[in-house]
Design a protein around this ligand. Structure first.
Ligand SMILES: C[S@@+](CC[C@H](N)C(=O)[O-])C[C@H]1O[C@@H](n2cnc3c(N)ncnc32)[C@H](O)[C@@H]1O
Length: 251
């Protein structure tokens, strides 16, 4: 299989969702439509408008710091971004981690083909595949028919995907299934906010989260969970502003 476009020719998205056993096919198809039509091409600019250069830098540093908390990943670690979108953060984390882990291998999973096509245009060094955050194991099995992808990852991260997933607890269970016993997972997402209109405007399923509730949900699947607000950074959109939290989970 030579390119991501070639891989895409083999995947029919509804069939994949059925294979992955989700009961939310219509919700997910609507999400894919939203991200394809409203975000894929403009996602990088949207992120710059949300956070500014400084905010982006701090988010990237927070992810890298979380992934480097003990135990430190090995030089040839396998790193997965879940809900990678257009790969804006994937690329920045990739560039930073590669300086310290020169042999690390990078993978990006997302539900929306149009998002991953944008990522594939940026680099061929990150292996992208379609999948669902609440069944990463099944998504990997499906993708492995066409691509060379491992079963487990030492480092998994996810930015701003969680509030789009229907069943958050299932997502944490799914993370645990694919994180190596010596690995860790880092999630960054929005704290609870009151902007009901984000559901329509941005396709959001959750209006952010209370970090304490996230900690409790994650603790059902990971033995060590650290949650904290990322102070001083907000997601700003047309005068509306939401705080961010980060959670670091160790098996
Ligand atoms: C708000 S975007 C964030 C993308 C990227 N992480 C970023 O920070 O720019 C949410 C992404 O999650 C993907 N997504 C939504 N629900 C998903 C799910 N259940 N499994 C995998 N990806 C999902 C969407 O296709 C979209 O690309």
């Amino acid at each position: 299989m030579s390119t991501f476009e070639d891989y895409l020719k083999n995947v029919e998205i509804r069939e994949l969702l059925e294979d992955l056993g989700t009961s939310e096919i219509e919700t997910l198809v609507k999400e894919i439509k939203h991200f394809t039509e409203k975000e894929a091409e403009g996602r990088d600019k949207i992120l710059l408008a949300y956070f500014g250069e400084d905010g982006i830098e701090r988010i990237v540093d927070s992810i890298v710091q979380g992934l480097f908390s003990p135990p430190k990943p090995r030089k040839n670690a396998k790193v997965l971004d879940v809900g990678a979108g257009s790969g804006f953060f994937t690329m920045k984390v990739f560039e930073k981690l590669r300086r310290q882990l020169p042999k690390a291998a990078f993978y990006a999973m997302d539900l929306t083909p149009a998002m991953l096509l944008v990522l594939a245009r940026k680099t061929s060094e990150i292996t992208s595949f379609l999948g669902l955050a609440d069944n990463i194991k099944g998504s990997l099995e499906n993708a492995r028919e066409y691509l060379d992808i491992p079963e487990k990852f030492e480092a998994l991260f996810s930015t701003l995907m969680l509030h789009h997933s229907v069943d958050v607890e299932k997502v944490f269970e799914s993370f645990r299934e694919v994180v190596d016993v010596n690995g860790k997972a880092v999630v960054i997402d929005l704290c609870s906010h009151s902007f009901e209109e984000f559901r329509e405007e941005m396709g959001d399923v959750h209006l952010g989260f209370n970090p304490e509730s996230i900690k409790k949900a994650a603790e059902k699947h990971f033995s060590k969970v650290n949650t904290r607000k990322i102070l001083g950074i907000h997601c700003n959109s047309s005068g509306r502003s939401a705080e961010l939290f980060m959670v670091v989970m160790t098996p």
